[in-house]
Ligand binder design. Sequence first.
Ligand code: PLP
Length: 490
Amino acid sequence: MGSMAASDHSSKRITVQTINPNVLEFEYAVRGEIYYLAQKLQEELEAKPGSHPFDEILYCNIGNPHAFGQPPITFFREVLALCDHPRILDMSETKGMFSADSIDRALQILDKIPGRATGAYSHDQGIKGLRDTIASGIEVRDGFPSNPNNIFLTDGAGPAIHTMMHLLISSKKDGILCPIPQYPLYSALIALYGGTLVPYYLDEANGWGLEISEVKKQLETATSEGINVKALVVINPGNPTGQVLTEADQKELVHFCKEECLLLLADEVYQDNVYVAEKQFHSFKKVAQSMGYGENDISLVSFHSVSKGFYGECGKRGGYMEVTGFSPEIREQLSKVSTIYHCANVPGQILTSLIMSPPKVGDESYESFCGEKEAILSSLARRAKTLEEAFNSMEGVSCNRAEGAMYLFPRLRLPDKAIKAAEAAEAAPDAFYVQLLLNATGIVLVPGSGFGQESGTWHFRCTILPPEDKIKAVAARITEFHRGFMDQYR
Ligand SMILES: Cc1ncc(COP(=O)(O)O)c(C=O)c1O
């Protein structure tokens, strides 16, 4: 009897056959197979220095600036430190150690937090006083009003996007239009919730530009196949493609979403990363409002994060989504979802308020803040250029410039022999290339297949984040590997 019962139980044990099949299906390329191989190589290097032809692993697979030594912005960290340990505010040394505006700001923020307790759960949508600050920051940025009640503070943009996909997708029939190439968080979440990703292809020959005729065509095809397309994702500046949309393209997209009644999901996490003088970031909300569209015309969600920009505070987990054109009933459902986790982490909420309300002219930190910001952004622009030029000088490689964001996405034209070798290794040709490159150089890239690409084309994504004193060496190592690869497979 006893053994029968035991075997009955064991047949109920959780297995890969019994878990949610959507979990098995989804892939997240930026932390995929290549990343695991990199971790294994790193362990081998630590256990046995000199065991590989390189002495460190360079994680160029992910936009994680501080991991490459990018320094935090002093003002932000001072305010965070003071808020998290307010007793410092009462000490006599503090005035000599912290700038006057950091102290003032910390006091203002603490006054907005019930009980001045950063260790307490907050309002589920985020601390009201911080949402007021963020709404004012959005107004300064856009020149149009922002309502703090439309702002939901989150643990980064990822969780906010997760919430929206959860809200939108209930079956395979629910479609989300996404740019291809896209940031794989979207494909992963759509697969996780069992929906359908409806691709619209960006035009590589045209600087990864957006063609509205392509978006229309894809919507029509999906609709004719019985897919109920509910939303359109746009990533601006683009990841992995680095393009910054023109205002004219943005207007076309906004008009299209209005006409087709599509919810516009605007991923604007790279809004502070624009490197070319002739392009500027415009939020989709501003563009919609400048076209005279109000709450009744279009539904729009804008995502922002503390992880990118010149702040790059990926580990702090902070961000917000601003939702407009949602009925009170939907807002209520969104609020309900937010209450499940009580609230976003409070230091992340504070940091989100700081990126939207940095020091102003006349504040003690203003000059040094501008200096730190400018040093990071101009260095990122130079690093992007160095890598872009190196990639364009490689045989069979072409690379659009990074107008914004943190990546380059060069196209590889690989010889037939290389494609056959990849087939024999049961790998996509770009994954094969990236794996050999990692084994030879210790540099971690992400194969284009992880982001989606026109069929028959191959790419990789490389961040522009290695420190400036290493970037030329990184470019040289990739170039040298490429030369050897082409010599072997040409
Ligand atoms: C386009 C885009 N959206 C969202 C995210 C998620 O960022 P986080 O959750 O760190 O805010 C990232 C991260 O790389 C991204 O590149």
